[in-house]
Design a protein around this ligand. Structure first.
Ligand code: FAD
Length: 415
């Protein structure tokens, strides 16, 4: 046996880092370690497709906590190690590198990884995904030599990357198999707004377009082949085709799963003394009417990390915060509050042409989510509407001259 920790955290993203730091904040005095296959001390992932890729911020500005924090707080960082096996009987994990680490409590915060395409040519140099610092570094170095870039998938990460590359003056083509961008996460008016913006910034946005393979020469990417038969010459491709939760070692150890590791309202898995948090966890969420959902956001990873640490340190359980998300593209600040899945009505508030507006999502007459573009007031004041599932007449919601805070409303849920 190499080591023992009272709390062993797998994953150095927002979830794992916040779990560790919150333990100390609440006076937990036992031994704590974070093991992660990444080599870098914990950093924030969102800038990878924004300022870090653009070269406007560096790693030092992306650290989740100052470099000295970890040693000061006696939190061991076991970096460059991948956990392959979890043995719940003997309460230990085994790393790919051959170490065994035993635990009192295991917090699985392994996040997710990019979904790859099922088509030939993915191994060519020049074909990228963007999840880690080293992914972003490789992409930056290839982009510096490239003039034509193809983005496969028009989700948040793909569109943010496209925005940065346009600013760097690259010729950018965005390919999306669906008939609109952000189709999985936003309503049609929001999709149309982002399509128009990217086109206005000079990107070639192609909807209902599917990549079937990549062509190379000497191991380097030369072109992307589309199902239409068209061949798009390019030196760099960035695939943003969604993500896969990284829960396999837990699931192989017997953890209940359903599109991720299933947990209860306290992030407890079905295994004894094992928690799962962040992108890899599927948790009941009261903002989804109690359904179990897997969320991919900093807010969710942070809050679940804090929640588990408070439980382990004996602090009071906090009621779940309203889900939030953000995306920055060009000078557009998109802020999202709530969960829009299952909505039956959308209301557009303000004129998208003004580049400041919101889309409100309603379910059974109640506000369940709001997407705001360059409308910070709607985002800030809209949280209360989502929290209470406010029931407000559609015409009043649609009127941007009526601040959300002044809309008298009936709360369907008191939180
Ligand atoms: C490019 C990009 C842009 C984003 N932009 C935004 C944004 O603007 N707003 C927002 O809210 N969210 C954004 N997200 C999503 C957000 O970053 C994630 O939801 C968040 O990082 C999840 O945190 P996490 O701790 O669950 O997992 P992660 O941050 O993914 O961390 C998982 C950690 O686990 C480690 N790991 C995985 N498997 C193992 C293993 N077997 N053994 C050891 N270590 C392992 C990895 O090394 C990693 O350190 C973005 C994500 C990406 C990739």
């Amino acid at each position: 046996m190499d080591h023992h920790y009272d709390v062993l955290i797998v994953g150095s993203g927002h979830g794992g880092s916040m779990a560790a730091s919150t333990l100390r904040q609440h006076g937990f005095n036992g031994t704590v370690a974070i093991v992660s296959y990444e080599d870098s001390i914990p950093y924030q992932r969102p800038p990878l497709s924004k300022g870090y890729l653009a070269g406007t911020i560096d790693l030092g500005q992306m650290l989740i906590l100052p470099e000295s924090f970890w040693a000061d707080q006696r939190i061991a960082l076991v970096l460059g190690r991948r956990v392959d096996v979890v043995d719940v009987e003997s309460k230990r994990v085994v790393t790919h590198e051959g170490e065994e680490i035993s635990y009192g409590t295991l917090v699985w915060a392994a996040g997710s990884r990019p979904r790859l395409l099922d088509c030939p040519g993915q191994e060519l140099s020049g074909v990228h995904v963007i999840r880690t610092l080293s992914d972003a570094d490789r992409l930056k170095s290839d982009v510096a030599r490239a003039s034509k870039v193809v983005l496969v998938g028009a989700g948040y990460v793909g569109l943010e990357t496209a925005a940065v590359l346009r600013k760097l003056n690259k010729q950018v083509t965005i390919l999306e198999t669906m008939d609109r961008v952000l189709a999985r996460v936003s309503a049609a008016p929001m999709s149309r707004f982002f399509e128009d913006e990217h086109r206005a910034q000079g990107a070639d946005v192609r909807l209902e377009s599917e990549v079937v393979g990549f062509e190379g020469s000497g191991g380097h990417l030369r072109a992307a082949h589309l199902s239409s038969g068209e061949v798009l010459p390019c030196e760099v491709v960035v695939v943003g085709a969604g993500s896969i939760p990284s829960g396999e070692p837990l699931i192989q150890a017997g953890a209940a799963s359903d599109r991720g590791v299933l947990v209860d309202g306290y992030c407890r898995t079905s295994l004894p003394d094992v928690f799962a948090i962040g992108d890899c966890a599927v948790a009941p969420n009261e903002y989804a009417d109690g359904r179990a959902v897997r969320l991919e956001s900093v807010q969710n990873a942070v809050d679940q990390g804090i929640g588990v640490a408070r439980l382990l340190a004996g602090a009071e359980h906090l009621s779940p915060a309203v889900p939030t998300f953000w995306s920055d593209q060009y000078d557009i600040r998109l802020r999202t509050v709530g969960l829009s899945q299952g909505h039956d009505t959308t209301v557009v508030r303000g004129d998208p042409e003004s580049r400041s507006f919101s889309v409100i999502y309603m379910r059974s007459g109640a506000v369940v989510a709001i997407d705001s573009v360059n409308a910070m007031k709607d985002f800030a004041q809209g949280k209360a509407l989502v929290r209470s599932r406010a029931e407000i007449e559609v015409g009043r919601l649609a009127d941007p001259s009526l601040p959300f805070s002044e809309l008298g409303h009936r709360a369907a849920v008191k939180r």
